[in-house]
Design a binder for this molecule. Structure first.
Ligand SMILES: Nc1nc2c(ncn2[C@@H]2O[C@H](COP(=O)(O)OP(=O)(O)O)[C@@H](O)[C@H]2O)c(=O)[nH]1
Ligand SMILES: [Mg+2]
Length: 413
């Protein structure tokens, strides 16, 4: 059998009739439609920049997001998942909103919650991948496919928070920068503003998402659209009647801004790029570029590697066994350490006990000595007393004899 021939030896064969594998693309389409699609958007931007309004405008629906206050002590991420359907295509859309972003006095950590959220989604996917029983087809993939970064329409360029945050995010997610509330900035100012933003992004080495130009069918449109980034967008939940149609617009005393009018803003361009042309590319780049990078770093962190120090391939089993040996050695070392510590402690306690025994002994000896001394003194005193007693008795009897003698003499007289 020569089933695994080298590619250069592959023979081209002509089929003499219809076999049917030309239906493979259709099979793929059918399967994809059946499974439905998942798309996850992350909106990063200060409170009140029109994130929720833009999402409503983009998907032409009302997600009923409650406006968030400016008073939160820290940034929180809130993800909401919606099931959308257009003709027979189902889309599971998750919109993740940054609540309280840029509202704190100390904005140093504003991006941290965002980075943590991105990593957490990657980690969840990695854990599912590493399971023995995987169910990736059923798994709800929550990895963020695109981050819309809302820039404040100041006309002054980016804030430092914008640059720091985008720099932190650019290896983890596809970023499309957009100028929010673009109706508040004049036409000439807008061009300068866009140029300034691009300049600053480049100067700081921030990699934003580029619409792919390697596919011929979308090459031209993507090329021209890349030149319009950052898109200047306007969102609205209001509709006004224009002719016979109801259109999404913002009404001002001096006129009307039409959201879907390309002369008024880049909303249509954004929708075209985000939803109609490049959604699949964003999903793919998320998996092949950003997730891959995360996975690589994490596996290396866990101690896995493809090649050893001599550049020889290392199998999973080898790594596992090396880790196991290491682990056992570590355990052994720990055990030895504990044992040694135990011996030392016992010795310490022993000498402590000996010391106190000695002390007790000395105390006892002293007591014994004191006691003997007392006894001796007492004995002496007793002896003295006895002697005194004897002396007393002697003197008493002496006295008595002399008394009787004198008395007898007297009688004789
Ligand atoms: N001028 C202007 N105002 C907008 C635009 N989009 C939203 N707004 C208004 O800005 C306010 C905050 O919008 P919201 O979508 O809640 O902002 P979020 O906090 O970023 O979600 C609302 O009063 C919106 O009507 C826009 O494109 N231009
Ligand atoms: Mg909101």
């Amino acid at each position: 059998m020569q089933a695994f021939k080298h590619e250069s030896h592959l023979r081209n064969l002509k089929l003499s009739g219809h076999v049917g594998f030309d239906s493979l693309p259709d099979q793929l389409v059918n399967k994809s439609v059946q499974n439905g699609f998942v798309f996850n958007i992350l909106c990063v931007g200060e409170t009140g920049l029109g994130k929720s309004t833009l999402m409503d405008s983009l998907f032409n629906t009302n997600f009923e997001a409650t406006p968030s206050p400016h008073s939160l002590p820290m940034v929180k991420l809130k993800a909401q998942t919606y099931e959308l359907q257009e003709s027979n295509v189902r889309l599971k859309l998750t919109i993740c909103d940054t609540i309280g972003y840029g509202d704190q006095i100390n904005k140093d950590d504003s991006f941290k919650a965002v980075v943590d959220h991105l990593d957490a989604q990657f980690e969840a996917y990695l854990q599912e991948e590493l399971k023995i029983k995987r169910s990736l087809s059923m798994y709800h993939d929550s990895r963020i496919h695109i981050c819309l970064y809302f820039i404040c329409p100041t006309g002054h360029g980016l804030k430092s928070l914008d640059l720091v945050c985008m720099k932190k995010l650019d290896t983890k997610v596809n970023i499309i920068p957009i100028i929010a509330k673009a109706d508040t900035i004049s036409k000439t100012e807008l061009q300068k503003f866009k140029a300034k933003i691009n300049e600053e992004l480049q100067a700081n080495g921030v990699q934003v998402y580029h619409f792919p130009t390697d596919d011929e069918t979308v090459q031209d449109i993507n090329n021209s659209m890349n030149a319009h980034v950052p898109f200047a967008v306007v969102g609205s939940t209001e509709f006004i009647k224009l002719g016979s149609k109801m259109i999404r617009a913002r009404q001002y005393p001096w006129g009307i801004v039409q959201v879907e009018n390309e002369a008024h803003c880049d909303f249509v361009k954004l929708r075209e790029m985000l939803i109609r042309t490049n959604m699949e590319d964003m999903r793919e780049k998320t998996h092949t570029r950003h997730y891959e990078l995360y996975r690589q770093k994490r596996l290396e962190q866990m101690g896995f590697t493809d090649v050893d120090s001599e550049n020889k391939p290392v199998s999973f089993q080898q790594t596992f066994e090396a880790k196991r040996t290491n682990h056992v050695a570590e355990l052994q070392a720990k055990e030895d350490e504990v044992r040694q510590m135990f011996v030392v402690r016992v010795k310490e306690k022993e000498s402590e006990l000996k010391e106190s025994e000695k002390e007790l002994h000395a105390k006892f000896e002293k007591l014994k000595k004191d006691h003997a001394e007392d006894k001796r003194k007492l004995e002496e005193a007793r002896k003295k007393l006895e002697e005194e007693f004897v002396e007393f008795n002697r003197r008493k009897s002496q006295l008595a004899t002399s008394h009787t003698l004198t008395l007898g003499k007297n009688k004789k007289k």
